[in-house]
Design a protein around this ligand. Structure first.
Ligand code: GCU
Length: 611
């Protein structure tokens, strides 16, 4: 029965995609593209003077916007003509990259910045289509090509693209992007976060060329109920997509099979396998998968593994696994700013490997695609998180749709990554009926899009039956998630480190438990005794006490201490210690390992899976 239910779920997810994702391209790093990365001119526009006229009406909704509209990139017609901006005479910012770390004037800036670049583009085949792809823009992007509005994207950490086939010209295209990173009550995340709201075009920008009928999306994963059975689909878009042949080849497994699309362009995939080398942290084997349809052939590197829970165990390829993890923010090592490059991603994951990790929690939003593709290669399991953080506007339908869209976009992007095990719906959100409905609906959506992965969230906890020495999870969302996770800061926000010895945890549900955060602040190089706040010794002591406390939880199947590296936060203002940095990193932003790093490393070296 379970096997049939999975197939039904999978077919349902195909339909979800054929409806939900009318354009997001998969596997962009393995498609022909022209990069638009580089130096873009920019204009800081705190009053959005280039977007609204003096009656506060959006220029792009006016029949004759006039030369005040920045998206037109106007130039004076002659010496008498009045134009009060000039992109080409303006300074430049590097794309990809946040603006806060590129200019002292923009260090604290939250507001609108206009970007402009120019480029030529010649299609290799006149019938081809061209898509303009953004890896991420924080937080809202209004995109204009050659003076025509392509659309708006909301959400600072997920990819989006526009079909620009009909707008492109061979020469002198100009692309203008209005980027607004102002925090909003109805936003996702909302007004209050404990990380820096880096603004800008923070990830790669590409022009991607495809045939007229192209492979838009695909999902090729092992059936969790049958480890010799690949299940999934391939979705074509563009032109007549029904009754088309799609070929999937996996040379190393001697697979070469054809499938036929149904009317919506979706081909259901069923492939029987033998002699598979399953993906795992110790054997991160990736297969070259060749997808061919019509005039297009692309490859992807995909690992095959099964994943499920059984009681309080997490089973990877039917073996219990303990997640020896660390939480990570997208803070760039050594220079600060939003991570975007493969080099920065490799630095962070290399430190995680040095720590002895087989798992990372990518907090509190979807990280760049390099992180998950490198995790695939390095054999690091991944928790990815939707930025539903703290006090979200639970009653606002637009907020829910925004959260759902961001979740759809990250699942579309990463659903073929073997390293990704967990989709996290939220972090530390106060319980209420509205919040429970919001998160439950989000979890249902995630399962419809991807029935192969586990759902979690950093849940709420409280004293057990009023006894301050016994803690438990107090969150109705426990009924929905596959993995019980929570953040705890006993010994930092709650008492001193030895308080860990007084606390026991009573988890009544028979599900895997991951402690998604614990930690203490320490400035690298500050030393004192084990009770001196901000000293490395305090952080070291707390780590030891916490690990002993957590080891008593029978269902414990993983931890991701807070956090790999210090990160910028607007909430952390203690002079000489924080200076707008959260100091709970095991490593400073300059790569200096604090004493607590070695405590965790030793723990992971000695940690085995428990029955
Ligand atoms: C919370 C939160 C983190 C925050 C951390 C801290 O648990 O999830 O985003 O940075 O605590 O207080 O340092």
């Amino acid at each position: 029965m379970k096997k049939i239910s999975f197939l039904i779920l999978f077919i349902a997810s195909c339909w979800m995609y054929s409806i939900a994702q009318d354009s997001l391209l998969s596997n962009v790093y393995n498609r022909p593209f022209q990069s638009l990365n580089g130096e873009w001119n920019y204009i800081v526009d705190p009053y959005e003077n280039g977007f609204y006229n003096y009656r506060y009406e959006p220029f792009d909704q006016q029949e004759y916007p006039g030369k005040g509209a920045f998206f037109l990139n106007s130039k004076p017609a002659d010496k008498t003509d009045l134009v009060e901006y000039d992109f080409d005479q303006s300074a430049t910012l590097t794309v990809p990259g946040d603006w806060n770390s590129q200019s002292a004037y923009l260090y604290y800036y939250e507001g609108t910045v206009w970007y402009k670049t120019a480029f030529d583009f010649s299609k290799t085949n006149q019938t081809n289509r061209v898509f303009l792809y953004f890896g991420a823009v924080n937080y809202q992007a209004d995109v204009y090509l050659n003076g025509v509005k392509l659309g708006t994207h909301i959400g600072g950490f997920t990819p989006f693209n526009f079909d620009v086939t009909d707008q492109l010209q061979e020469k002198d295209n100009f692309l203008v992007v209005k980027v607004d990173n102002k925090r909003k009550k109805e936003g996702v995340p909302t007004l209050n976060t404990d990380w820096w709201n880096y603004g800008g075009i923070t990830r790669d920008v590409k022009l991607i060329e495809t045939p007229a009928t192209f492979i838009q999306d695909y999902f090729i994963q092992l059936n969790p109920e049958n480890k010799n059975h690949l299940t999934g689909y391939v979705k074509l878009s563009g032109g007549a997509v029904g009754g088309k042949t799609v070929r999937i080849a996996i040379p190393e497994l001697d697979i070469n099979q054809e499938f036929i699309t149904i009317s919506e362009g979706v081909a259901l995939v069923e492939i029987k396998l033998k002699n598979v080398e399953y993906w795992s942290p110790s054997t991160p084997h990736l297969y070259t998968v060749e997808l061919t349809a019509q005039a297009e052939k692309m490859v992807d590197k995909i690992g095959f593994r099964t994943l499920k829970t059984e009681g309080h165990h997490i089973l990877l390829n039917d073996e219990p696994v303990f997640l020896k993890g660390i939480s990570i923010h997208e803070e760039r090592p050594f220079s600060g700013g939003r991570v975007h490059s493969i080099e920065d991603a490799m630095q962070l994951l290399t430190w995680a490997k040095e720590l002895g990790c087989n798992y990372v929690r990518l907090a509190h939003y979807p990280h760049n695609e390099h992180m998950v593709r490198l995790a695939d290669q390095l054999g690091i399991m991944v928790w990815e998180e939707n930025p539903v953080y703290w006090t979200i506007s639970w009653d606002n339908e637009a907020t829910y749709l925004n959260a759902e869209n961001q979740l759809t976009e990250v699942i579309t992007r990463d659903k073929n990554r073997a390293s990704v095990l967990i989709w996290s719906m939220a972090n530390e959100t106060p319980t209420s009926d509205a919040r429970n409905q919001f998160l439950t609906k989000l979890a249902q959506h995630a399962r419809q899009l991807d029935p192969t992965r586990l759902i979690s969230a950093a849940l709420e906890q409280r004293d057990y039956e009023g006894n301050p020495s016994v803690r438990t999870i107090d969150d109705p969302f426990v009924e929905t998630v596959d993995i019980l996770s929570f953040n705890e800061y006993i010994g930092w926000y709650d008492g001193l480190p030895e308080k860990c010895r007084e606390i026991t945890w009573k988890i009544t549900q028979d599900k895997p438990v991951i402690i998604s955060e614990f930690g203490a602040g320490a400035k690298y190089g500050v030393h004192g005794d084990s009770l001196t706040r901000w000293s490395e010794e305090y952080q070291e002591n707390l780590s030891k006490e916490t690990l002993q406390m957590l080891d008593k939880i029978p269902q414990l199947q993983g931890i991701s201490p807070w956090i790999l590296m210090d990160f910028r936060s607007p909430r952390r203002v203690l002079p000489g210690i924080q200076d707008h940095w959260n100091r709970k990193g095991l490593i400073s932003e300059m790569g200096e390992k604090k004493k607590a790093f070695w405590v965790l490393k030793a723990y992971y070296e000695g940690r085995k899976v428990r029955n």
